[in-house]
Design a protein around this ligand. Structure first.
Ligand SMILES: [Zn+2]
Ligand SMILES: [Zn+2]
Ligand SMILES: [Zn+2]
Ligand SMILES: [Zn+2]
Ligand SMILES: [Zn+2]
Length: 314
């Protein structure tokens, strides 16, 4: 017999499933066994073949017939939702870690009072405000009672006559303190009065300074006398004309002596400085420019300047 023929005969032999001992009743040709077993795949005919759980993190292997129950009810890696708050995770993460911190997880009072379970977030409020077994400050703690009766016993404790003694002592102390406060108040009042006076003084001073500043300012911008400021026109032969060289400038006078009175073709311009209102501000010596008009026309450069001339007195 050739090899091929042999293999054909062997494949055609009727055999039992390799999981027969676990309970599989399958019987068939050897060549169909691998299809029946479909090893390592979750789907497959043989319900007694062991396969791995579908969740990657879970390493458990089990017979196909248990797969669904494991996936739905037993696998620690199956998706799971916290029934108290709706947080999602795996069965393991929710029940092992999340339950320890879930705000809505039902807890009982650690003082062991008769209250039913409550969501975890409510516990602090319960202990601080409601729990009958929580020790609380005595209402006379301000008077020196350091007892901490349970909340349920507060009324009984408050009625204790020992508080009368404490109250008497506390009242005496209060009296002394209130007298001290009175004295302090008097002091503060006195200080306030002083401050008010100081303020008044300061206000007066500020007012005076303001007035002075205003006066100075007006001094600078106004002309206290009626002299005009430059430019001015002077006619030949007129009286001396007084003027200021500008805002806050020098007080000067000028006079033109007419041609002919001394010599023909000569016009003499006399300029003089006088004491002025703005001298205290040290005004600069001005640069004067002079134009000379003769019969309506301006004459160019007709001047010869002689120093130290003086304007004639009026
Ligand atoms: Zn089988
Ligand atoms: Zn699993
Ligand atoms: Zn939760
Ligand atoms: Zn409680
Ligand atoms: Zn007390």
């Amino acid at each position: 017999m050739v090899n091929k023929e042999r293999i054909r005969i062997i494949n055609g032999l009727e055999v039992y499933c390799s999981n027969v001992k676990k309970g599989c009743q399958w019987k068939g040709e050897l060549k169909n066994m691998s299809t029946h077993l479909n090893k390592e795949k979750r789907e497959g005919e043989c319900q007694y073949e062991k396969v791995k759980c579908q969740y990657e993190e879970c390493q458990e292997r089990m017979q196909r017939r248990y797969l669904k129950r494991h996936k739905d009810k037993e696998c620690p890696q199956r998706p799971f939702e916290c029934e108290h708050c709706g947080e999602e995770g795996t069965f393991l993460s929710i029940t092992k870690d999340h339950y320890k911190e879930c705000c809505w997880y039902p807890v009982t009072c650690p003082r062991g009072c008769a209250s039913t379970t409550m969501p975890r977030f409510n516990l602090e409020y319960h202990i601080d405000n409601k729990c009958p077994l929580e020790p609380v400050d005595c209402v006379f703690s301000w008077a020196g009672c350091n007892d901490k009766p349970l909340r349920k016993d507060v009324d009984k404790h408050t009625a204790d006559t020992k508080h009368m003694t404490l109250l008497a002592a506390a009242c005496g102390q209060l009296k002394i303190e209130s007298e001290q406060v009175k004295k302090e108040n008097e002091k503060i009042k006195e200080e306030n009065r002083k401050i008010t006076e100081e303020n008044k003084k300061m206000k007066k001073e500020v007012k005076a300074i303001k007035a002075k500043v205003k006066e100075n300012f007006e001094d600078r911008v106004c002309y206290p006398d009626s002299y005009p400021s430059l430019p001015i026109k002077i006619k030949s032969g007129s009286k001396a004309v007084h003027f200021y060289t500008g805002a806050s400038g020098r007080h000067m006078s000028a006079r033109v002596i007419a041609a002919g009175t001394i010599c023909r073709n000569i016009v003499i311009l006399l300029l003089a400085f006088h004491e002025g209102k703005f001298d205290k501000y040290n005004p600069k010596r001005p640069n004067l420019s002079i134009k000379y008009h003769f019969q309506g026309k301006e004459l160019k450069d007709p001047f010869k300047v002689l120093d130290d001339t003086e304007a004639a007195n009026e």
